[in-house]
Design a binder for this molecule. Sequence first.
Ligand SMILES: *Cc1c(COP(=O)(O)O)cnc(C)c1O
Length: 401
Amino acid sequence: METHDYLALEDRYAAHNYAPLDVVLHRAEGVYVFDIEGRRYLDCLAAYSAVNQGHQHPRIVEALRKQAATLALTSRAFRNDRFGPFCKKLSELLGYAKVLMMNTGAEAVETAIKAARKWGYEIKGIPRDQALILVFDGNFHGRTTTIIGFSTDEDARRDFGPFTPGFPVLPYGDLREVEAFFEKEAHRIAAVFLEPIQGEAGVIPPPPEFLPGLRRLCDQHQALLICDEIQSGLGRAGELLAHHAFGVRADGVTIGKALSGGLYPVSAFLADQEVMQVFTPGTHGSTFGGNPLACAVAEAALDVLVDEDLCARSKELGEHFRMGLLALDSPKIQEVRGLGLWIGLQLEDHAGPARPYCEALKNRGILAKDTHGHTIRFAPPLIIEKSEIDEALLKIGEVLR
Ligand SMILES: *Cc1c(COP(=O)(O)O)cnc(C)c1O
C-alpha cells in the first residue's frame, strides 16, 4: 500500500475528528520519524510534548518490554510492587506530598477539578454546589464534556452542551479582572486553574506578574492555585514544572504526556496532603490508573528526564532555536515566543495561514503543527542536537522565503 491508500482507508473508516498532514508514519527513532516510503522527518511536534525524551528511547522501551512480560494490570483492588516506589519517586521529584495516578491528561484534569471542589466544600466551607473554579480564555485542558464546557474554542464546544456550571472564564493574563472577580465572589472560589503557558492557544506565556498575582490572590482568599502542566511540564519549558519559571509554587499540578515518554498513556494529579486528603476510598478511581506497566514506563521516563538533564538542554537549545528564528529576519514573522524548546512562531497576517507553511516544511523533512491559524509551533524532542536545530532553521528560512 502507498500513502494514498492509507489516506483512503482513514477517510472511509475513521471518524473525521482530525485533519492530519498527509504523511503516513511507520517507524521512529530519537528525533526522527519515518514514513511508509522510508522518508525521514525531524519531528518538531513530539506528539504535543509526549515524546520529550525522544521516540523509542531504549531505556523506556526496555522498561516497557520487561514489565509487559511480568505484570501489566492488577486494578487497584489489589496492590502492585511498582506503584508505591513510583509514587515516591514522582512525589520527591516534583515536590508534592501525594500523587493520584490516572491515564490521559483529561482524566488528570477531571481529578484536579474534583479535588478542588471537594476541598472547597470540606476545608474552605463553601456552601454545597456553589464552588467556582476560575479558568481563562484560550485554555486547553482536554476533551471531556465538563472540560470543553469552559473552553472558548467554538469548534470544541458547539452542540456538545448542556455544560457543567461553576467555571467562570476570565481574560488570560489580566490580573485586574481576576482581582475584581475575587472581590465579588471570593467566598465561593475553590481554585484558579490554568496552563502556566498556554499550549494549544499558540505557546503563549502570561505577563510576568500574572502568576505571582494569582498566587497572592489565592493566598489572601483561601483558594487553590492549580497549574495544568500536562504539556508545559517535564522539561518542555526548560523546567520540571513551567510555573516555577515565574517564581511561584502551585498547590496542585496535573501532568501527563511526557510522563511516559510517549510509550503509554500515564497522567497524574499531584498535591499536598491538605488537598489530597479529600479523596477517601470510593470517592474516585480508574481501572487502569496506577497500573504496574504505567508505573514502570513512567519511572524510566522520569529517570531519562533527570539523567539526561533534559530541562537544562531544553532551556539552552530553546534559546538557540528562538535566536535562530529571529536571525532569519523574515518579514513574514510577527513574533517568536515561548520558553525552552517550546516555540510559537506567529506569522504576519499578510503571510496567510500557517498550514501551507507546515505542508512545505513537511516536503522538506520537518514535521511541525499549525495552531490557531497563524501560528507554527516548534516543539522537538528535548534530546535534539544543536546541529539538527541549525538544519531545521535553514529549511524554515527556505519555506518562509
Ligand atoms: C494535551 C493536554 C491535555 C489533555 O491531555 P489528553 O491526554 O489528550 O487527554 C490537557 N491539558 C493540556 C494543557 C494539554 O496540553
